[in-house]
Design a protein around this ligand. Structure first.
Ligand code: ADP
Ligand code: ZN
Length: 730
């Protein structure tokens, strides 16, 4: 082990700050010196800002003018691994270092004085007088043995007011102490027995565990149909990491909905892991950040930003549902968490497991190129088999124009209800109706700030823009012609489908799962758990239900509009539709009863629909790969988007045209520029967005050329430029 580099008082250090200045600035080390990587507060003009000691100073200023670091913050220095990760991630995504550093310093409370909060544990004294409330507090503490709690936690757990705890503390029956530390996480025990694995699963688990024990970098695609036991298998890889004293990270796409998952972890390892997500409180995030940094938090389950926690000894990263498009962050720093997971692991000698029933074409290509290993789980666990797939040709169905459940699908649902099984109707559209049309003048209500229609959310009684989140009360009169009572919903959303189901099956229990309808993620989780226990006969849902939930009694999935994703010109549309349909279908028949998935479609002959029906993944992927190869697009070529935005559309296009005309640096590497054209989302929050697409050979040094290219333009006024490497749509 090399000792960390240390700078004595007065030594010149380069400090990178989160302020948009670009490079690190020189400061003098404070009294007491500082370590390389230390989190510090430095003066910047009249302000004090957060920074990280990034290396020795450059010394290219007048030394006498260089100011001192104000103070070193109470946090372990950033490890060299983390600095390397941020540097390389910034270089790959062409993100300015300060913005990247912000991702790595997002610990709330970093820079605050050390938290000296009070904690409470069982004391030895006896209170002069016992009351029911006091008894409850003492019993609660006894139940938890050595554990200490904050005032609020203890009072809540015992169901008393904080003053009761305070009173007990005065008598010595409860100890009150200052705790500069955050509460540790309970220990996970990898030696607890796991499930009895099938031969297939056991082989996979052993291969992954061995890779983890090698303490070197490697990536494995863990592929298997929904329900084949991928989770069971990668939990064994987690066990191997924990046994070796290393940390593990499991990334999940829909972090708010992992109650079932946390239970499984708890069952396997005897305690809950650290859960990192945007809904966590500041205190909780701060605790996780510190405990991860000390190596105390052994396992983190998290959303994509969990990649930027300061792991001490990371041995494994699992990216579950690796194909999920929510891994791509589309605002601020544009990065794909799947790809960054691979980079992070390569730097710290960890293993990556990419798990999916429907891997991305990118991952397929990396397997084919020999960069990733591949592990297949070929059958569903136990008696469950893959659902039978079928199409309902909507051209032959008699259906009024404002109804969407075809007679054929109704009949299939009826059969399930008779047998006491569950059915799901899936539609990938939130809200009541995608279009609100004035029948007097033909006006469609749009968002004032975006190029998007406002979507009626009847449950909320509001119109909502799905681009920017703007919402307003549902108007009574048309905003254009002022006609009253002429606004009509057009097209189906999940709420409207729910209404239709209630009318069709008045005696059935219909549950509509839409995030709007539940005040909180917790309420939604409770609803989902209830449904798994049989609280609904018919489940109506969006993408929210397509992922990861186990509904053991569900035997039929009806996809209301299988053609929805196939519209538009996006080259990824086929891939997305294929993945989503397979995923949704995978919800059916997870236990003993066999499942069926039926797709309502107007184009049953479409190659994507046919591939879904045939369940022939290899055929689908090789056809898809062929098309992408021919077009020279990812994963067989490289692409980047440049998004220019500003309040004035003409000015934004002018800047785009200017940039397109100065394509020397791109031509030098054989890359082509397309556009400017309106971006896929052409206006967001009042800013017009224009996109240039750059296409290059797989081996071309794209980032270098892009950096030189965009550096040529000076952005005037309120114009902004963002680089999107590997855009999601092209
Ligand atoms: P996937 O992650 O591939 O969708 P899961 O790991 O969630 O699959 O497994 C599907 C279901 O089957 C889960 O309820 C899981 O607990 C169960 N299961 C899978 N393998 C086993 C096993 N070997 N023993 C007992 N239950 C299993
Ligand atoms: Zn909007």
């Amino acid at each position: 082990m090399s000792t960390p580099e240390y700078y004595d008082h007065g030594a010149l250090v380069a400090v990178l700050t989160t302020q948009p200045l670009g490079k690190a600035l020189d400061y003098k080390a404070p009294e007491g010196g500082c370590f390389l990587g230390a989190f510090v507060e430095v003066p910047l003009g009249p302000r004090k800002v957060l920074g990280v000691v990034w290396g020795p100073g450059q010394g290219d200023y007048d030394i006498s003018k260089v100011r001192h670091v104000i103070r070193v913050l109470d946090a372990a220095p950033m490890r060299s691994e983390m600095r390397e990760f941020l540097t390389r991630a910034a270089a790959y995504t062409l993100t300015p270092m300060p913005a990247m550093l912000r991702l790595g310093t997002r610990a709330p409370g970093l820079g605050d004085p050390p938290s000296m909060r009070k904690i409470y544990r069982r004391g030895t004294g006896t209170p002069p007088r016992m009351t029911d409330a006091r008894t409850r507090v003492l019993e609660t503490l006894e139940d938890y043995g050595d554990l200490a709690f904050t005032l609020k936690e203890l009072a809540e757990m015992a169901g008393v007011t904080p003053s009761v705890v305070k009173g007990l503390a005065q008598s010595g029956a409860v100890f009150e102490e200052d705790s500069p530390r955050d509460l540790p996480f309970p220990r996970l025990d990898p030696a607890l027995p796991g499930k009895q694995l099938t031969e297939d699963q056991a082989k996979g688990a052993e291969m992954l565990a061995e890779a983890v024990r090698s303490e070197t970098y490697g990536t494995t695609l863990l592929r298997g149909v929904t329900g084949s036991g991928k989770t069971e298998v990668y939990l064994e890889a987690v066990a191997a990491a924990l046994s070796a004293g290393r940390q593990a990270l499991v990334l999940l796409p829909e972090i708010a909905l992992t109650e079932q998952f946390l239970h499984r972890v708890e069952e396997r390892f005897g305690a809950k892991p650290a859960e990192w997500h945007s809904g966590a409180t500041m205190t909780e995030r701060r605790r996780i950040w510190r405990m991860v940094g000390q190596g105390q938090a052994q396992l983190v389950i998290g959303a994509r930003s969990a990649l930027f926690l300061p792991y001490q000894n990371l041995g494994l990263i699992v990216v579950d549902e690796e194909h999920d498009s929510s891994y791509k962050q589309e605002e601020g720093v544009l990065y794909n968490a799947r790809d960054m997971a691979v980079l992070r692991a390569a730097i710290c000698g960890a293993q990556v497991v990419l798990a999916s029933a429907t891997p991305s074409l990118e991952t397929w290509a990396n397997v084919e190129a020999g960069k990733y290993r591949r592990l297949d789980l070929t059958s569903r666990f136990g008696p469950a088999v893959m659902p039978t797939m079928g199409a309902i040709d909507m051209r032959g169905e008699a259906l009024p124009s404002d109804k969407w459940v075809s007679p054929s699908l109704q009949a299939e649902v009826n059969k399930r209800l008779e047998k006491g099984e569950q059915a799901m109707l899936f539609i990938n559209r939130r809200g009541y109706a995608p279009i609100t049309l004035c029948r007097a003048c033909g006006h469609q209500i749009g968002c004032d700030h975006c190029d998007a229609r406002m979507v009626e959310h009847r449950f909320l009684k509001r119109l909502v823009c799905h681009q920017c989140g703007e919402s307003k009360p549902m108007p009574e009169a048309c905003p254009s012609c002022e006609a009253v009572d002429k606004l009509a919903p057009v097209g189906p959303g999940v709420e409207r489908l729910g209404e239709e189901a209630l009318a069709l099956w008045p005696d059935a229990k219909v549950a509509t799962l839409s995030s709007d309808m539940y005040g909180s993620a917790r309420a939604l989780k409770a609803e989902i758990a209830g449904i798994a226990d049989g609280a609904a006969d018919i489940i109506i849902g969006t993408q929210l239900v397509a992922k990861g939930h186990n509904f053991p009694n569900l035997t039929l999935v009806g996809v209301i509009d299988a053609d929805l994703g196939l519209m538009g010109s996006d080259l990824r549309a086929a891939e997305r539709t294929f993945q989503l349909m397979r995923q949704v279908a995978g919800r059916a028949g997870r236990a003993e009863a066999p499942g069926t998935a039926l797709l309502q479609t107007y184009q049953p002959e479409h190659p994507v629909i046919r591939a879904i029906l045939a369940g022939d993944e290899d055929a689908f992927w090789s056809a898809e790969a062929g098309e992408r190869k021919q077009a020279g697009v990812p994963p067989y070529g490289r692409m980047a988007g440049i998004i220019l935005s500003g309040p004035d559309v003409a000015q934004v296009f002018d800047a785009g045209n200017l940039l397109a005309s100065q394509d020397g640096p791109l031509r030098a590497i054989g890359a082509q520029v397309f556009g400017p054209a309106a971006a896929p989302i052409a206006r967001v929050r009042g800013r017009h967005r224009v996109r240039l697409l750059v296409k290059a050979d797989k081996s071309a040094p794209l980032q270098d050329a892009l950096a030189r290219w965009v550096a040529q333009v000076r952005l005037k006024g309120d114009l902004r430029l963002a680089v999107d490497i590997d855009p999601q749509s092209f």
